[in-house]
Design a protein around this ligand. Structure first.
Ligand code: NDP
Length: 507
């Protein structure tokens, strides 16, 4: 029986200023203006803690995407953005970061209401890291250097040349983001695109459009010219698909499911648009027998339950060496049982609801499938029912590698735990035995040993004796079906740049 099912969920008070701001339909941003959808349609946005409607938002569709792409094209080719010096561009991008910090409380409140995550977490992680992304990227605006390249010009003996490369913006970028970190995903996408001089049409997730729309206001306030950033709320099958296949978009940057990632590639293939993808994961988290068990318990708990398990890099497959298995797995279950569930806006909430009814049904469907296939929940194991979308943090044991809960991305607070005997090839092979390979964790008292394992894991990020350590300076992305390209760090710039080689004959 789920002991949480009988505990009444606290209710949260939405600050009057936020409620007032959401009382009329939120428009979308096209060409520097806040406008209704061409169709006049709006869609409802729900509070995942209660299932109640909190806002109506303009429903962008093909016609709105087309207007936005035209505006972005004009801004790319002719507007003040195209003439701006790198240092002017950098200053504006830095200013966006400042404005995010100036409005940190409001943005965290919106995120907690719309996504359901605890406000304190939104403040410390989502909003702070969003600002840092703009601050970090702003410095690169003046450092997008080409090279002077000595050439041999074998076909023109005796002639003399000077050759150089120039880094140029790729053009009009279509960006499509998910709901798990609504503001942060917008920042990860917008900051490097602006830094490189691109212009953007951003399609935000239908579940969580509110913080990106507020960010749009801050972007205009910072001085980004009209048409450089256009923000379209709407549905994936309509607005998202129209953006991915639009012939006047030069590049598509997508974060979301691997399944939709394939659709994006297909849509972009007609015009051979450049594509970058940040997709799913089923990340292994490996605790060696010489690890500090307390550190590993805290780390494994955070690895799976942070953001309600709605992290592409969640440490969702826990491997523990036999001597520590009972201690660590029972420790994680005990920590999971202590996690306080509630609405994001309630002060002592540690874990909010799943973002939507669809995600709730999906996660509880996986829990049912795990039990049917023989896995055993040593904590949680169920959704809490009621009008909000709360799922109890769950640890499953007695799992087998072929079970759906072990193979597939659940994207909820569900950990599968298994034991191993030796630190050998078989362990590494099982950790790598997934279609994904986004992230991994290794816990050990011997960092050289942990590093040797890290080197063999096929993952874009490996954390040793830590987890979820993100930084604007560190590249993040996946191997295999976890995606193409990297977010953040210097590496992300290449997603938005073309290299031009120029050769001049000088003799
Ligand atoms: P999706 O991949 O469907 O959504 C991500 C974004 O893509 C949203 O903006 C969505 O629009 C848009 N989209 C959906 N269909 C299309 C399309 N045909 N063309 C263009 N854009 C489209 O993720 P879901 O929200 O459906 O979540 C399902 C699963 O995806 C999760 O359970 C999880 O496994 C994974 N996921 C992974 C994330 C990651 O960070 N890697 C983030 C979110 C989900 P709309 O707003 O209408 O949904």
């Amino acid at each position: 029986m789920n002991i949480r099912a009988n505990i009444p969920m606290p209710t949260a008070v939405v600050p009057p200023a936020i409620r007032e701001g959401l009382s009329t339909a939120r428009p979308m941003l096209i060409d520097g203006k806040w406008v209704a959808a061409q169709s006049g349609k709006t869609f409802e946005v729900f509070d995942p803690a209660t299932g109640e409607t909190i806002a109506h938002v303009a429903e962008g569709d093909k016609a709105d995407v087309d207007l936005a792409v035209k505006a972005a094209r004009r801004a790319f080719e002719a507007g003040p953005w195209a003439q701006m010096t790198p240092s002017e561009r950098g200053r504006i991008i830095h200013c966006i970061g400042d404005l995010i910090l100036d409005n940190i409380d409001e943005l965290a409140t919106i995120e907690a209401l719309d996504n359901g995550k605890p406000k304190a977490v939104a403040k410390a992680a989502d909003v702070t890291l969003s600002a840092d992304m703009f601050h970090y990227m702003s410095g690169w605006a003046t450092k997008l250097e080409g090279k002077h390249i000595p050439i041999s010009a074998l076909t023109a003996p005796g002639a003399e040349f000077v050759s150089m490369t120039r880094m140029e913006p790729i053009g009009v970028v279509g960006q499509i983001i998910p709901w798990n970190f609504p503001l942060l995903m917008a920042a990860w996408k917008l900051a490097p695109a602006l830094t490189t001089g691109c212009t953007v049409v951003l399609k935000v997730a239908e579940e969580t459009p509110l913080s990106a729309l507020r960010l749009g206001e801050l972007i205009l306030e910072a001085g980004v010219p009209a048409g450089v950033v256009n923000i379209i709320p709407g549905f994936g099958e309509t607005a998202g698909a129209a953006l991915a296949e639009h012939p006047n978009v030069d590049k598509v940057a997508f974060t979301g499911s691997t399944e939709v990632g394939r659709l994006i590639v297909h849509a972009a293939s007609r015009d051979l648009k450049k594509v970058s993808l940040e997709l799913g994961g089923k990340s292994p988290n490996i605790v060696l027998g010489d690890a500090d068990p307390e550190l590993a318990i805290a780390g494994a708990t955070a690895a799976i339950f942070f953001n309600h398990g709605q992290c592409c890099n969640a440490g969702s497959r826990l491997f523990v060496q036999r001597n520590l298995f009972d201690k660590v797995v029972e420790g994680v279950a005990a920590e999971a049982d202590k996690i306080k569930l509630g609405p994001g806006l309630t002060e002592d909430t540690e874990m909010g609801p799943q973002v939507s009814r669809v995600q709730y049904d999906r996660v509880t469907g996986y829990l049912a499938s795990g039990t049917e296939e023989g896995a055993r929940a040593i904590c949680g194991g169920e959704g809490l029912g009621g009008s909000g979308y709360f799922v109890a943090p769950t640890v499953l044991v007695d799992t087998k590698p072929e079970m759906k809960v072990v193979r597939e991305e659940i994207f909820g607070p569900v950990l599968v735990a298994s034991r191993f005997d030796e630190v050998d090839d078989a362990l590494v092979a099982e950790a790598n035995n997934t279609i994904y390979d986004l992230a991994a964790g290794v816990w050990s008292g011997d960092s050289a040993r942990a590093l040797r394992i890290a080197n063999r894991l096929r993952a874009g990020t490996v954390w040793i004796n830590c987890y979820h350590v993100f930084d604007a300076a560190l590249p993040f992305g996946g191997y295999k079906q976890s995606g193409w390209g990297r977010e953040m760090g210097q590496a992300v710039l290449s997603n938005y740049l073309e290299t031009k080689a120029i050769t001049t004959r000088i003799g």
